[in-house]
Design a protein around this ligand. Structure first.
Ligand code: PGA
Length: 274
């Protein structure tokens, strides 16, 4: 059984997740400083039944950051990628068991930068998802369309197909252990965020797609995060969409002030919902 997924509060159908993807940024001391600045403000609130905050640093920082998280009841660590095999002669790669051994509980799978720069396709991503789940870690599966696809009005079938091709071999029991992150490629790192209607439309379409393949109870249990230029200026609007269960934050997670501002907004939204 996967024991890493956060519990949802009784009045929330799904856990709420704010994840910071640091990508290939920061040196060790900077990463430690950022982690310390994030840790304290979040821990003051007892939100561990509702909110999980995930830091997704470069691999070499997972273990040192784990040392800073003495009581990891709200702040978790994630890997940015993993190999699809359990181990062996794969120079330069990192296995899910290794990630687990240095303190990660989540793993990003299929980030658009992995798809674009490293040619990762749905078949490979399916194997990675299986590997992450079999290690008892939680995959955060990223999906999203290019501007070209959106301009042709094909964004919903495109994203639904990414999900079917990569996740629909899983049983209902296993897919409930997956977190989905919808990240329109045209919004990642560009400052162009999808608007509220576009985000809710896609998240609802993803949930309907899950309901058709599985059932409503399963679809309602899966957190769907939004990513793509999410920042303190738009977090309130994005996070109050009914089918948005948090965010995958890139640029705005690299500074404590901007990430903490997003966390503060999140806590206020959750307070109002409780
Ligand atoms: P961004 O990145 O917030 O800088 O757009 C998001 C991501 O790539 O996960």
């Amino acid at each position: 059984m996967n024991t890493t997924s956060p519990q949802s509060a009784p009045n929330r159908k799904r856990p709420f997740i704010v994840a910071g993807n640091w990508k290939m940024n920061k040196l060790l001391e900077e990463a430690q400083a950022l982690c310390k600045e994030i840790y304290d403000p979040v821990l003051k609130e007892k939100w561990n039944q509702v909110l999980s905050v995930i830091l997704i640093p470069p691999f070499p920082y997972l273990h040192p950051l784990k040392q800073l998280l003495a009581k990891p009841d709200i702040l978790y660590l994630g890997g940015q990628n993993c190999h699809e095999s359990r181990g062996g002669a794969f120079t330069g790669e990192v296995s899910t068991e290794m990630l687990k051994s240095v303190g990660a509980t989540y793993v990003l799978v299929g980030h658009s930068e992995r798809r674009k720069y490293f040619g990762e396709k749905n078949d490979l991503l399916s194997s990675k998802i299986n590997n992450v789940l079999s290690t008892d870690l939680t995959p955060i599966f990223c999906c999203g369309e290019s501007l070209q696809v959106r301009n042709k009005n094909l964004h919903i079938p495109y994203v639904c197909e990414q999900i079917s091709n990569t996740l629909f071999h899983l049983s209902a029991r296993d897919i409930k252990k997956v977190v989905i992150a919808y990240e329109p490629i045209w919004a990642i790192g560009t400052g162009n965020t999808a608007n509220r209607e576009e985000i809710q439309e896609m998240h609802e379409a993803i949930r309907n797609h899950l309901t058709i393949q599985y059932d409503d109870e399963t679809a309602q249990a899966i957190p769907i995060l939004y990513g793509g230029s999410c920042k303190s200026e738009n977090a309130e609007v994005i996070f109050s969409c009914p089918d948005v269960d948090g965010g995958l934050i890139g640029g705005a997670s690299l500074e404590a002030t901007s990430f903490n501002a997003i966390l503060e907004i999140t806590v206020n939204i959750l307070k109002n919902q409780s």
